[in-house]
Design a binder for this molecule. Structure first.
Ligand code: ZN
Ligand code: ZN
Length: 353
């Protein structure tokens, strides 16, 4: 088969790669129908994620048809159309028992992380993928839901919802600011509406992204390169600051911004993938009664999100900016990695029929 293979920092090639086989009784093999590229994949290509070894097939999002299952798999059958979750969860270890699949202990790389695909084992940017713990790591695609829409359930919708909105404890009437209007930030904005906030403020350095955010249930937009950005946000609250600030970029300046705009008693939910240390001014924050959360997605709300998708309550198609054929994935990476010029959000890679 063909797959997107990481060759080491800065290099990736769509090339021949061994077709995956069932290795454990709990595995399934999925023929990829649609996949996409995540910001995390760009971090891997830059060399920010050294646990990804050269030779690894990238990708942790995708939808496809099951072509083979291991002997222990009874709930998923050959022919099922499934969403591949970015987290592979055994369903049995102590973390899985608590619903914290992100730290599943049964992984194949002994890292104590549920993020295996496109990280510690070969991923979804390929014609076929082997999915471990198939019964607890695959979800059936409901009737009537397009494959490309369902791909948004693999990672971005649960990540924005769980680590942004749920960890941020958004409640009715809250003013929520999301710093960073990339796909995951937009997923947080879209799922915020499930909890009845009074305002959802999109903050981004890129005016185009702030404008795009209007399609994701946002009430107000603020361009962070404006010297008055902070005053603009405070003016949208009662002057005290936002109830929930969600960091969805992963650089020190946007973390600092969250701490500047959150009100006493508020929540700062970090979603961004950070590659550098940030400062935390505990000398001023200690008296602010803040709640600060971090996390890797558990995908324990994916089933709920799938129901909303099936009922047309979540417009997953809004995330899709570009479509390519799977074997044109190298062009898709070029488009996705220059999002400021191409206005790329999620790029869909569809297998040729
Ligand atoms: Zn991702
Ligand atoms: Zn587990």
């Amino acid at each position: 088969m063909k797959a997107m293979v990481h060759q080491g920092p800065g290099s990736f090639v769509w090339q021949e790669h061994p077709t995956p086989q069932i290795r454990k009784p709990t595995d399934a093999i999925v023929k990829i129908e649609a996949t996409t590229i995540c910001g995390t994949d760009l971090h891997i290509l830059k060399g920010d994620v050294p646990t990804v070894e050269p030779g690894r097939v990238l990708g942790h999002e995708g939808v496809g048809a099951v072509t083979e299952v291991g002997a222990a798999v009874t709930e998923i059958a050959v022919g099922d159309r499934v969403i591949v979750s970015c987290i592979s969860a055994c369903g049995k270890c102590s973390y899985c028992a608590d619903g914290m699949f992100s730290h599943c202990l049964a992984d194949e790389g002994a890292s104590g992380l549920g993020w295996l695909l496109g990280h510690l084992i070969d991923g979804t940017q390929a014609e076929y993928v082997r999915v471990p713990f198939a019964e607890t790591s695959l979800h059936r695609v409901p009737q009537g839901v397009a494959a490309e829409d369902a791909v948004m359930i693999s990672d971005i919708l649960p990540t924005g919802h769980e680590i942004g909105i749920r960890y941020g404890a958004v409640k009715p009437g809250d003013v929520v600011a999301v710093i960073g209007a990339g796909p995951v930030g937009l997923a947080a904005m879209m799922t915020a509406s499930l909890y009845g906030p009074s305002r959802v403020i999109a903050v981004d350095i890129d005016a185009n992204r702030v404008e795009q955010a209007e399609r994701f249930g946002v009430s107000d937009g603020v361009i962070s390169s404006d010297p008055e950005w902070k005053e603009q946000i405070l003016a949208l609250t009662d002057g005290l600051g936002v109830d929930v600030a969600i960091e969805a970029v992963g650089v020190p300046s946007t973390w600092d911004m969250c701490l500047e705009i959150v009100r006493p008693g508020g929540h700062v939910a970090n979603v961004g993938v950070h590659g550098k240390p940030v400062s935390f001014p505990l000398e001023s924050a200690w008296i602010q009664n803040l709640t600060i959360t971090t996390g890797l997605v558990n995908t324990n709300t994916s089933r709920m999100l799938i129901k909303l998708l099936a009922q047309g309550r979540l417009d997953a198609g809004a995330f899709i900016s570009h479509r390519f054929s799977l074997d044109d994935i190298e062009s898709a990476y070029t488009t996705f990695s220059s999002a400021a010029e191409t206005k790329a959000l999620k790029v869909i890679l569809a297998a040729r029929r």
